[in-house]
Write a protein that binds this ligand. Structure first.
Ligand code: AHG
Ligand code: MN
Ligand code: MN
Length: 339
């Protein structure tokens, strides 16, 4: 269906649903609930800098509730909307160790895994942060959902995306039919289509990696990063470095402008042998978005992120994600064809 700039996100989701006569509207309902959660979090993020000035931080707000840290607030907001929306049977959050049940009697046919506020170390300094989400269809048949419903590989996601709270609030999502970006107009409280059918440029302008870890890197990372920094204007090198430290913000820039993001394994931390990023609610949803936009997402040993069978909720995974040709080339360095 032709994408008309300016249509609302709810309308767009509804239009996509109409393409599937068997659709019941539950996925549409679920995405709409996530959108409402995103608007609430966006409003709170925009107020964050004022909280201290207004004397609320650490005290109680006008409703008599304790003012929470933003990542806790974001987690509660999404949980509360999800647990009684009737469209999901179980959820998982970066902020909670175990699976999160829904209210009794509200079990639906989907599951959601989310990072309520990615990049939360950047909250205090006005740097972009975001909410990442991943939706699967449930597979268990009992009344309540189980961990098994959440531990499905990324290629089985029915929807994935993020809401980034930056200079504007932007929602980017896919239901397997391309990638669409919507910008929140805060004056009317609606997301309007601003980025129809996003395609990631095939070739990077940017590389995103935490270069402070150079001395922890294995040879593959070092050799690849040395390569992208070589001077060769005919092939567009050196790439420029951009690293925000919010995955969602680094990813969003690279999606729009062309770029590659790497968080590979290194020697830094023995308690994180798989790198830092989480499969279920960071790597897998962004991998679905990037593939739908024509890019690629792999591990540092060349496995497709979307093919990984998860074994635990908070499992970490090495991640190389971005423009197709750049990930292809990185793969050659990481899997040994180039060194
Ligand atoms: P979160 O704020 O949800 O815990 O995630 C932080 C992550 C991710 O957003 C970012 O890409 C990465 O941490 C940065 O890690 P380094 O500081 O090690 O580079
Ligand atoms: Mn995160
Ligand atoms: Mn987080």
């Amino acid at each position: 269906m032709a994408k008309r700039k300016g249509i609302t996100v709810s309308r767009q989701i509804m239009d996509s649903q109409l393409l599937y006569p068997e659709a019941t509207g539950e996925l549409t309902g679920l995405l709409n609930e996530l959108i409402v959660a995103g608007k609430i979090i966006s409003a709170e993020v925009n107020m964050a800098g004022l909280a201290d000035i207004l004397g609320q931080s650490g005290k109680t707000n006008i409703q008599g509730e304790d003012v929470q840290k933003l990542d806790v607030f974001a987690n509660q907001t999404i949980k509360r909307r999800m647990e009684q929306c009737g469209y999901i049977c179980v959820m998982a959050s970066e902020e909670e160790e175990g699976i999160i049940p829904v209210l009794d009697g509200y079990e639906g046919k989907y599951t959601v895994a989310f990072d309520p506020l990615d990049g939360s170390s950047n909250i205090d300094v006005n740097v972009s942060i975001g909410t990442i989400f991943s939706v699967h269809r449930r597979i268990s048949t009992g009344k309540q959902g189980t961990a098994e419903d959440l531990l499905q590989k990324g290629s089985r996601q029915v929807a994935a995306g993020y809401i980034i709270y930056g200079s504007s609030t932007v929602m980017v999502y896919t239901t397997g039919d391309g990638v669409h970006g919507f910008t929140l107009d805060p004056s009317v409280g609606e997301f309007f289509l601003s980025h129809p059918d996003i395609k990631i440029p095939e070739v990077s302008q940017y590389y995103s990696v935490n270069e402070a870890y150079t001395n922890y890197w294995f040879d593959a990372t070092r050799n690849y990063i040395d390569y992208v920094k070589e001077i060769d204007p005919d092939s567009g090198r050196p790439l420029s470095l951009r690293y925000i430290g919010s995955l969602v913000a680094d990813f969003h820039r690279n999606l729009i402008k062309g770029g590659i993001f790497l968080y590979a394994r290194d020697r830094k931390s023995t308690d994180k042998p798989e790198g830092k990023l989480r499969l279920l609610y960071e790597a897998a949803p962004l991998a679905m978005v990037v593939e739908q936009a024509g890019g690629r997402a792999i591990t540092d040993d060349g496995r497709r992120i979307l093919d990984i069978e998860p074994t635990s909720l908070h499992q970490r995974v090495p991640l190389i994600i971005g423009s197709k040709k750049d990930v292809d080339l990185a793969e050659e360095f990481f899997t040994g064809d180039k060194s």
